[in-house]
Design a protein. Structure first.
Length: 101
C-alpha cells in the first residue's frame, strides 16, 4: 500500500499514513478531526526524450550529442506546432526548422 502525507486543516498537524489507493482519508491522529488535506511532498522524476543521456554515463561524444539532437528535435517541433501553431514556432523557434541530419 502507498504511503501518503496529510495535514490537518483544524490543528495543522502533518502526518503520514498507509492506505489503499481508493481508501478514505484518515482522521488526524493529534486532534481526531476528519478535515485533513493530502500533501504532495515529492514527485517522481522520469527521464525521457531530451532528458536521457546521449552516450554512456554523461560522457557523450560530439557525434552522439548531434545524433541525439537530430533524433529529438523533430519530435519537439511537432509537439510545439500541435500546441502553438506553425506560425508561432517559425517566429519564436526558428532553430527547430534546421535540418540536423
Amino acid at each position: 500500500m502507498p504511503l501518503y502525507d496529510y495535514r490537518c486543516i483544524v490543528c495543522g498537524h502533518q502526518f503520514e499514513t498507509r492506505h489503499g489507493f481508493d481508501g478514505p482519508a484518515p482522521a488526524c491522529p493529534a486532534c481526531a478531526a476528519s478535515e485533513v488535506q493530502r500533501v504532495i511532498t515529492r514527485a517522481p522524476a522520469v527521464a525521457g526524450g531530451m532528458m536521457t543521456e546521449a552516450g554512456s554515463g554523461g560522457r557523450a561524444t560530439k557525434e552522439q550529442l548531434r545524433s541525439k539532437w537530430a533524433e529529438e528535435t523533430p519530435k519537439l517541433r511537432e509537439k510545439l506546432v500541435s500546441k502553438l501553431g506553425e506560425e508561432t514556432v517559425n517566429r519564436y523557434a526558428p532553430s527547430l526548422n534546421a535540418n540536423y541530419d
